[in-house]
Write a protein of this length. Structure first.
Length: 267
């Protein structure tokens, strides 16, 4: 970790859906520059926590505070586009790309959250030269991102035609195009083979270092979690049952009983 100061803080966050409490009094702090894991069994509340942070859900109670490049703000209840503008970007467990658009167009769409001009102005360059220049800059930035993430060969290919692993990286590239300081990854290793999962460890570290990010990830692949995360939070039935280093989590009886199991803990 590069800085112990919190980039993201959840304070006593709860969300109820009717009689179901999906997240119950969750408090957690993600240090700036850290790579933090959020784990737990299916239905533990992990994705609900992600959705609260990124504005897809409004918590029933509690507070979400974010310290971005422009300072600390309370983002509780912000809609997703405002959360993104604040500097948080995310990927999804089930890849959500614009399947009929090219890889380049997908990344450019991410960049439009920072666009100053109106979307239609770049289509009339003689009347709005500044907007046309901005569109050129967005395109150049998207090309550069694709190159940095090793996706240049797919630049003009439809997103639906990309191999699975490349689609995962493309979704991350689109998130990076929003110029975040905080990245949330929802099961980035889902669907990957063991070699791809192993390569993902270095990839996540490079993302953090190359783009000066704080990263919070949900992941079921314990080799990925234990291999890349510096600290881990564990949810069970919406409640935080443990947090600590990978070594501490691996040895925690509550975590073993609720999620890891003895075989995984001893691996």
């Amino acid at each position: 970790m590069t800085d112990a100061s919190p980039a993201l803080e959840l304070s006593n966050v709860t969300i109820r859906f009717g009689g179901l409490v999906a997240v119950n009094g969750l408090s957690m702090s993600v240090p700036e520059g850290g790579i933090i894991g959020l784990i737990g069994p299916n239905g533990a509340g992990k994705t609900s926590a992600f959705n609260i942070i990124t504005g897809f859900y409004r918590p029933t109670s509690g507070r979400v505070e974010f310290r971005g490049r422009s300072g600390k703000i309370d983002i509780t209840g912000f809609p997703p586009h405002e959360v993104c503008k604040a500097g948080l970007a995310r990927t999804f467990q089930n890849i959500r790309l614009f399947q009929n658009e090219t890889a380049l167009e997908n990344v450019m769409i991410g960049a439009y959250v920072r666009q100053k001009g109106r979307w239609w102005q770049s289509m009339i360059p003689f009347a709005f030269p500044a907007a046309a220049r901005e569109e050129d800059e967005i395109r150049a930035g998207a090309v550069a991102l694709l190159v940095r993430l090793g996706l240049e060969r797919y630049m003009n290919a439809a997103a639906s035609s990309l191999p699975y692993g490349a689609q995962r990286r493309l979704e991350i590239a689109r998130a990076l195009a929003t110029k975040p300081s905080f990245l949330l990854l929802d099961e980035p290793a889902a669907g990957m083979n063991p070699q791809e999962s192993a390569e993902l460890l270095d990839f996540i570290r490079r993302l953090r270092d190359d783009f000066s990010l704080s990263i919070l990830l949900i992941e079921h692949d314990m080799k990925v979690v234990m291999g890349v995360c510096e600290r881990i939070w564990v949810l069970d039935q919406g409640t935080l049952i443990a947090d600590g280093t990978p070594e501490a989590i691996r040895a925690d009886r509550r975590v073993i009983d609720a999620y890891l199991g003895r075989e995984t803990a001893d691996a």
